[in-house]
Design a protein around this ligand. Structure first.
Ligand code: CUA
Length: 347
């Protein structure tokens, strides 16, 4: 598939999203990369063109009426309304109403056609033998990502990062345990509400490798704006390598500092909420940390992953993301350093 050129608006949106401090991945509905989002973008441009045309016609009509009125005022009092002029006005009104109805019909048809194409693409995803099944659970305020497999030993959990192979339809099952969220990766597909007690499905497909930023798009509490996820689309071999690495249990601590950090983790309150596969920590309330150091961000996109941001996050999560469910954990400086060494070894 050839790479399409981004429009100037899309380029500006991309430049904004790449500004320092904002998540590095791009996010724009214009110049979309996902097959589904491309359908929506096409409809968007048609709506913009039709609305812009109508706007220009209205402005031209307004300018004509204003100039015409001034000319009449300058050339003396208006003449009594003539019959042929009245019939011309009737004709213009009828044409205007007819044109409006026609354009609304065109937009309605375009909207239905886009929906039909999206439904067709969903069907392609569901019936595809090689498709990847991912269950995304929206939590307050992060995303739990579970890769499903008919073989339970090949099922694993990660957080805030969805890896997908390019060129394949990937089915996402979206669920929420408590409040309503909305799953939205603008480059890939439209918004989909995530509703407690109901599984919603979404299919995404990308043909170009890249990192696409997604965001919760339905107000869901104090940290709604900090509920970011990344979709990492990669070549099938790279995806399989990633999946194999994620399936492995956590790396064993190698240095004394890492071993001490491992003990600090297992003897602290961390294990109440976080899980690390291969250890006794099996908490499910917070993101799984088995391969924490392989992720691009922490705290659902608030900070880029680094040992420094991890230190800041553990030391004071409530200042970085006020209201989130991670309590302040009191650790001595030595314990914090060894804990950081251990967590940073979980590649
Ligand atoms: Cu989740 Cu807004």
């Amino acid at each position: 598939m050839t790479r399409r050129r981004r429009s100037p608006i899309a380029a500006a949106a991309l430049a904004f999203s790449l500004a320092p401090g904002i998540c590095r991945a791009a996010s724009s509905v214009l110049g979309a990369e996902g097959l589904q989002a491309q359908q929506i973008e096409r409809a968007w441009w048609l709506f913009l063109a039709v609305c812009a045309l109508v706007y220009l016609i209205v402005l031209a009509g307004l300018a004509y009426a204003l100039l015409h009125r001034r000319r009449r005022a300058m050339h003396g009092p208006a003449l009594p309304i003539e019959l042929h002029r009245e019939s011309r006005t009737d004709l213009a009104l009828a044409a205007w109403v007819g044109g409006t109805v026609l354009l609304l019909a065109v937009l309605t048809a375009a909207s239905y056609a886009t929906d039909a194409r999206l439904v067709h693409l969903e069907g392609v995803g569901a019936g595809h033998a090689k498709s990847v099944d991912v269950e995304v659970t929206a939590q307050q305020w992060w995303w739990q990502v579970r890769y499903l497999d008919s073989d339970p030993s090949r099922t694993f959990i990660t957080g805030n990062e969805i890896h997908i192979p390019i060129g394949l339809p990937v089915t996402l099952t979206l669920r929420s345990p408590d409040v309503i969220h909305s799953f939205w990766a603008p480059d890939l597909n439209g918004k989909q509400d995530v509703i407690p007690g109901r599984d919603n499905m979404m299919t995404i497909q990308v043909d170009e490798p890249g990192v696409y930023r997604g965001q919760c798009a339905e107000y869901c509490g104090i940290q709604h704006a900090h509920m970011v996820f990344l979709v990492v689309a990669e070549e099938p071999e790279a995806f399989e390598a990633w999946r194999a690495a994620q399936l492995a249990p956590a790396a064993e601590p190698k240095t004394d500092e890492e071993r001490q950090g491992h003990d600090v983790f297992l003897s602290s309150a961390c294990t109440m909420c976080h899980g690390i596969r291969g250890t006794q920590a099996a908490g499910r309330l917070a993101p799984d940390l088995t391969h924490l150091a392989s992720r691009g961000t922490i705290a659902a996109g608030v900070l880029p992953y680094s040992r420094g941001s991890l230190a800041a996050w553990i030391a004071d999560p409530q200042t970085i993301k006020p209201g989130n469910h991670m309590p302040n954990v009191t650790l001595s400086p030595g314990d914090l350093q060894s804990l950081l060494a251990y967590l940073d070894s979980l590649k």
